[in-house]
Write a protein that binds this ligand. Structure first.
Ligand SMILES: [Zn+2]
Length: 66
């Protein structure tokens, strides 16, 4: 799926979120990466095979400071 010259991490890779964003839908809170992974604002993910990944990061530091 990824067509970058230096291929991005695959959807199976642990660093899958390092792939580039193909499309982002801020009003819906998600982005599509070039490896087919959908990443939500809360860091939850859906893999191309339909696997759901729970959010795995806490709030941003600036959010905690507020
Ligand atoms: Zn790519």
């Amino acid at each position: 799926m990824c067509q970058h010259q230096t291929p991005c991490p695959s959807s199976e890779a642990v660093d899958r979120e390092a792939a580039r964003i193909l499309a982002t839908f801020p009003e819906q809170g998600w982005s599509l990466l070039c490896n087919g992974v959908i990443v939500f604002e809360d860091t939850g993910e859906i893999l191309p095979d339909g696997t759901m990944i729970e959010p795995h990061r806490g709030p941003a530091r600036h959010a905690l400071a507020a």
